[in-house]
Design a protein around this ligand. Structure first.
Ligand SMILES: O=c1ccn([C@@H]2O[C@H](COP(=O)(O)O)[C@@H](O)[C@H]2O)c(=O)[nH]1
Length: 235
């Protein structure tokens, strides 16, 4: 079932995981109208890519700044204020209560805060090695409830948790799912993956896709195929 507030094409967020602004601009030109929503993360952001955010916004594209902030509250708040001034639509913080509260209070009227529950490259063993007592599903659910109580706008989780999280937080919070792998594509370092159609059917609002589009021989065809799969799944 398509959420009333999101266009089908806007549900695909392409991660501009590239080493330079020039490479990102070349990919954006190649993708043309097939992609309306982009993500700027560590690789491009630390290579001058944050300056691309207002430029993309001025061209009518939506931008997700995925720097996954986690610091003392004052530093998080100031960082979020700066991201809001860039004209971003979404910004991420790790799902720690102090961090989420500072981000929500500083976000202003147009930026939405997403809390990263458990990274999609983590499984039970990785959480255990990092010192957590809870397993993936329990930690995702606990953090989802904390985020909702603090007024966070949306959650980053894998498609595997989307249906349960949707049942817990209801329809208002945006669910954003990385770890998306079209059938037959390389998994890479992701551990909790799902196909585009299954993630949408499970309740995801937005799919974050990097390598399956960025490294495709024909990125535009890869993006169009994902948008078609979203539409077929009811999006
Ligand atoms: O839990 C998370 C949070 C963020 N990401 C980011 O999404 C993309 C995924 O890229 P792929 O190439 O499709 O694996 C990447 O930018 C991550 O930093 C995530 O994967 N998982």
């Amino acid at each position: 079932m398509k959420p009333a507030h999101v266009d089908t094409r806007d549900r695909l967020i392409v991660a501009l995981d590239l080493s330079s602004v020039e490479a990102a601009e070349a990919l954006i030109a190649r993708l043309g109208d097939s992609v309306t929503f982009y993500k700027v993360g560590y690789q491009l952001g630390y290579a001058g890519g944050l300056a691309l955010v207002p430029k993309l916004a001025a061209r009518g594209k939506k931008v997700f700044v995925d720097l996954k902030l986690h610091d003392i509250g004052n530093t998080v708040a100031k960082g979020i204020e700066s991201i809001a001034k860039l004209g971003a639509t979404f910004a991420t913080v790790h799902a720690y209560p102090q961090t989420m509260q500072a981000a929500v209070e500083a976000r202003g009227p147009s930026l939405k805060i997403l809390a990263v529950t458990v990274l999609t490259s983590y499984d039970e063993d990785d959480l255990h090695a990092a010192g957590y007592r809870l397993g993936v599903s329990d930690l995702v659910e606990a953090r989802a409830l904390q985020a909702q109580a603090l007024g966070v706008d949306g959650l980053v989780c894998s498609g595997e948790e989307a249906a349960t999280v949707r049942g817990i937080v209801g329809p208002q919070m945006a669910l954003v799912t990385p770890g998306i792998r079209p059938a037959g594509s390389a998994v890479g370092d992701q551990k909790r993956i799902m196909t585009p159609g299954r993630a949408i059917a499970a309740g995801a609002d937005y799919l974050v896709v990097g390598r399956p589009v960025v490294e495709a021989a024909d990125p535009k065809a890869a993006a169009e195929a994902i948008v078609s799969e979203i539409a077929q799944a009811g999006g």
